[in-house]
Write a protein that binds this ligand. Structure first.
Ligand code: DGI
Ligand code: FE
Ligand code: FE
Length: 188
């Protein structure tokens, strides 16, 4: 889909208003981070615009797509909150014709992260945590870090999510742990 207006309409149709507002925030923040840290701003903005494309879809619909694409049992039997990222990476390819592998990866790993994330993946993941509509304890500290150190911002963001999940006695997906470990073991 190469017409921007059409694309915005398509994205808007997939979600409720608040989620759309978040989506536009992530697109703008991703562009800004890309400009700051040397990623491709157009790719970052597009990935931001598409990252939550399936977030408001019924879980059954996501499940069906993931099964059809042979996603690991670990994902299918795990936390449903993670499905929208993997589903979106498939759907934006099949329904919208996005072919750029960087963009697809950035969408796929925007929730869990993974070890060895690309610059674009980091940009989109951090943008998701710091876009202007986000409100949670520590968000301004992470925004501050994201002014000069993308890895530090991402480590703080993922670390915060891990802590939150532990407090709620929820499972932490292995990719999130390896993403976090990778970021903190590289620094210094
Ligand atoms: O889709 P968003 O709300 O914009 O943000 P997201 O894609 O980062 O979704 C995050 C949700 O997923 C958040 O409520 C935490 C939850 N979650 C559940 N298990 C895990 C997890 N997040 C990560 N990173 N790792 C998990 O194992
Ligand atoms: Fe998401
Ligand atoms: Fe999001």
């Amino acid at each position: 889909l190469d017409n921007r207006e059409e694309l915005l309409v398509r994205v808007r149709q997939q979600m409720h208003e608040k989620r759309y507002k978040h989506t536009l925030g992530v697109a703008a923040s991703a562009r800004e981070l890309a400009e700051r840290f040397g990623a491709d701003p157009d790719k970052a903005e597009l990935a931001g615009l598409l990252h939550d494309y399936c977030k408001c879809w019924p879980v059954e619909k996501m499940f069906e797509i993931l099964v059809r694409h042979d996603m690991p049992t670990e994902l299918l039997e795990g936390e449903k909150e993670l499905w929208h990222a993997f589903a979106a990476a498939i759907v934006i390819q099949t329904d919208l014709g996005v072919t750029d592998a960087d963009i697809l990866q950035a969408v796929r790993y925007h929730t869990t992260g993974r070890a060895g994330m690309s610059l674009l993946e980091k940009v989109v993941c951090v943008a998701d945590y710091i876009e202007p509509n986000r409100v949670y304890p520590g968000v301004d500290f992470i925004r501050g870090k994201a002014m000069h150190d993308l890895d530090a911002a991402l480590a703080l963001a993922l670390g915060g999510t891990i802590q939150f999940l532990i407090e709620k006695q929820k499972t932490v997906f292995p990719l999130t742990l390896t993403a976090y470990n990778d970021l903190v073991s590289r620094k210094g």
